[in-house]
Design a protein around this ligand. Structure first.
Ligand code: GLY
Length: 361
């Protein structure tokens, strides 16, 4: 077994240990030892996996496990009603301010359990054990925690960085293929942000798997951005590349037709097409990102009706300002491109990109 790669992250003065690789059960037991109790929060699909069983056994063996709380799978676990249910169970299990919350699961679990940790007794420490590619390279990193409201995703949340993120790509072995591809949507985003990652991401997309080195490279990129701009006042907005139109696609599909990563994939293709319509990049850049998405088995177009609906719905984006939508878009530099945030786009260019994304391939 290769040793875990350990990245030391800092966010607003708080240290966060990010480990990518094996040894998760042993590290969980060590972390548990420093707390009075541990509350494990997971979901039914994840709890059945061999990886999760080993993690839970290690926590039980530490003698600190007071509670294993199982959320409904996926976004159904990210509601205020589920938050109340979980907090009540923590109280009944004797949890205190010195209790450690361990979030074991995909992005929905880490978002919801992270928000539980942010709010229970005004904040308790937590550790994220992400089990999906999407959570390993994005959701579990950077301290954004939230639950949904019926009207909007992640509408109620807090910045509450975990003490540690323990990501073992072995957990991905039992991940459904569509979920793995969905994670690749965020991985392709990192290659679009940092073209130096293109060869590694191209190889992973071709092989249909992401290993330790790639997960660590994506995590390192995000952690560096978050360390410089923890509250998304400036540079962290880069991490929303592909997400403005992508959130529109997710909403246009009723949050069920497209996974988050699939919607981000379409959003990435859209961002490059919009940049080309504005003369910021050439057709080769659009083709390069399109090729990566194809290799990863991700969509880069949607039916015209979905594209038009997504364009209408993206106007509800959280990142909208009084001056209108501000985009994260590439601009050609040398043989590649750089990505910029807070870019205004003319309506005509947006309409042209919407029409292109809604065309038959
Ligand atoms: N998912 C984007 C961010 O964490 O900022």
């Amino acid at each position: 077994m290769k040793p875990a790669l350990v990245l030391d992250a800092r966010q607003e003065g708080h240290a966060c240990e990010v480990r990518v690789g094996g040894g998760v059960p042993a590290r969980l037991a060590e972390l548990a030892a420093g707390h009075d109790r541990v509350a494990l929060v997971t979901c039914a699909r994840v709890r059945r996996t061999p990886f999760a069983r080993r993690a839970e056994r290690a926590l039980a063996g530490s003698g600190k496990l007071a509670l294993a709380h199982v959320l409904p799978d996926g976004e159904r676990g990210k509601t205020l009603a589920e938050l109340e249910r979980a907090a009540t169970r923590l109280l009944r299990a004797g949890a205190t301010r010195r209790t450690l919350v361990v979030a074991l699961g995909g992005g929905a679990v880490t978002d919801a359990a992270g928000f539980l940790a942010a709010t229970f007794m005004r904040g308790v420490p937590w550790v994220a054990v992400p089990t999906t590619l999407l959570a390993m390279v994005d959701a579990a990193l950077g301290g954004k925690t939230a639950v949904n409201l019926p009207l909007a995703k992640n509408a109620v949340g807090a910045f509450h960085p975990p003490r540690a993120v323990l990501a073992d790509p072995v957990a991905l072995a039992t991940l459904p293929a569509r979920e793995l591809a969905s994670g690749m949507g965020e991985v392709v985003k990192y290659a679009a942000l940092d073209p130096a990652l293109l060869p590694e991401v191209r190889a992973a997309a071709r092989a249909g798997r992401a290993g330790q080195a790639l997960v660590a490279a994506c995590a390192r990129y995000k952690l560096q951005v978050v360390a410089r701009d923890p509250r998304e006042q400036a540079e962290r907005k880069l991490l929303n590349l592909g997400h403005t139109f992508g959130h529109g696609v997710e909403a246009a599909g009723g949050f069920s037709r497209y996974t988050h990563g699939e919607a981000v994939a379409v959003g990435l293709a859209f961002a490059f097409r919009l940049a080309r319509a504005m003369g910021r990049v050439d057709a080769a850049a659009v083709a390069e990102v399109g090729d990566l998405l194809d290799r990863a088995g991700l969509p880069r177009r949607v039916p015209p009706t979905v594209a038009r609906r997504a364009a209408r719905l993206m106007s509800y984006d959280k990142k909208r300002t009084a001056a209108g939508l501000r985009w994260v878009l590439p601009r050609a530099r040398g043989n590649a491109w750089v990505v910029e945030w807070d870019v205004a786009a003319p309506d005509g260019a947006v309409a042209a990109a919407v029409a292109e994304i809604g065309e038959a391939p």
